[in-house]
Design a protein around this ligand. Structure first.
Ligand SMILES: NC(=O)c1ccc[n+]([C@@H]2O[C@H](COP(=O)([O-])OP(=O)(O)OC[C@H]3O[C@@H](n4cnc5c(N)ncnc54)[C@H](OP(=O)(O)O)[C@@H]3O)[C@@H](O)[C@H]2O)c1
Length: 335
């Protein structure tokens, strides 16, 4: 058994990590932490009553290093970079769910803030297992991808060699409200979002450079990415519709099936996908259609699982030499 810590245990992705790790045969939760700590984990998350309880520590790298061999950082960006560096120096492996280690330094600083852990950013491996499975297995610092980039990249990656990069790629994305974290804002207030849908940060969202950078690294091409996210009145789930122009006619389903033949957590559909079917699971569901060299790609994930916590545990499985799918949820929350 590998002892693990969850830092950011009071948040949405922190709770999902606890739920997955509780049922995992290879990981043992020995430390949960938040910014201030609390007397009881079950007091913090009533859903855990009768299942697990332990004190919640005030996040401290020394204490985590004494109790755990691997730490999941379910923290806002900027908070993670302070912590991850300290933990790595103490020999603790890290899976970071924030944006702090996902991007090249220049891209990060152009879109987020000055980076305070320049010593480690270059060694971080981008935690999309379908793209970097072998590198993740040898890493001690994995940067879990953003939720929108996960579903968008899994849809686009099989097609980059066919896309005509002289034309823009348009990405129409929609997410449930849990994607914004537990803190309530005007956009996520019940009265604003209930029975409503609206775009936010059109063409300016921080996931746009993440998608562009990873597509460039995989293909060597510089695509013109146009990304518009929308908020949906759902608790969880994400749907991506991507539109681009190809250099030639293709059979997109055959290409998807070949590209993902060894990927246990990508499901290819011959009809448009829906948000509910992958909800509660680590699956990314994908459908694609090509008409007159116009390609439409349609993908869906659970934003707090495949887009965050279950993907983080897949990465930890690979880092620790476990089978990729060990302890990973696959049964959807349906109906
Ligand atoms: N939600 C998603 O669907 C999703 C998907 C992909 C990636 N992510 C990323 O994953 C990270 C966590 O997201 P989330 O949705 O779980 O956020 P969240 O619900 O807002 O939770 C954030 C957690 O971080 C803790 N925290 C904040 N500052 C801290 C500090 N300085 N030291 C220690 N703990 C601190 C908070 O604890 P307190 O209660 O003490 O403040 C809370 O437990 C973010 O970087 C987010 O961008 C989220």
């Amino acid at each position: 058994m590998i002892d693990v810590a969850i830092v950011g245990a009071s948040g949405y992705t922190g709770l999902e990590l606890i739920k997955i790790l509780l049922q995992h045969p290879g990981f043992n939760i020995t430390c949960v932490a938040t910014s201030e700590g609390a007397p009881s984990l079950a007091g913090m998350h009533p859903a855990l009553t009768g299942i697990i309880d332990m004190p919640v520590a005030k996040a401290d790298a020394d204490e985590i290093a004494q109790k755990a061999q691997l730490a999941f950082l379910a923290l806002p960006h900027k908070a993670s970079m302070g912590f991850a560096g300290q933990l790595l120096e103490k020999g603790i492996r890290v899976v970071d769910l924030s944006a702090d280690y996902r991007l090249a330094l220049e891209t990060y600083e152009a879109h987020y803030c000055p980076h305070e852990d320049k010593a480690h950013i270059a060694e971080a491996v981008y935690g999309l297992p379908e793209l970097y499975r072998d590198e993740i297995a040898g890493s001690r610092l994995v940067a879990n991808p953003g939720c929108y980039p996960t579903a968008t990249l899994l849809g686009l990656l099989p097609f980059t060699r066919y896309i005509d990069e002289r034309f823009p790629i348009f990405i129409d994305a929609k997410s449930g409200v849990s994607g914004a974290g537990k803190k309530c804002t005007h956009n996520t207030h019940f009265v604003t979002i209930n029975e409503n849908i609206f775009p936010y940060n059109p063409l300016m969202h921080r996931h746009q450079p993440e998608i562009g950078e990873k597509l460039h690294l995989q293909s060597g091409k510089s695509f013109d990415i146009n990304f518009v996210p929308h908020l949906l009145p759902l608790t969880r789930g994400e749907m991506i519709d991507t539109y681009c122009l190809l250099k030639e006619e293709i059979d997109p389903i055959a290409i998807l099936e070949a590209y993902y033949k060894d990927a246990p957590f990508v499901r290819i559909f011959d009809r448009p996908v829906d948000i509910k079917s992958p909800s509660g699971t680590n699956f990314c569901d994908i459908y694609a259609k090509c008409v007159d060299r116009k390609l439409y790609i349609n993908s869906a994930i659970d934003n707090i699982l495949r887009g965050a916590s279950s993907q983080a545990v897949v990465n930890a499985n690979l880092m620790c030499g476990f089978e990729e799918g060990l302890g990973i949820p696959t049964i959807a929350y349906v109906p």
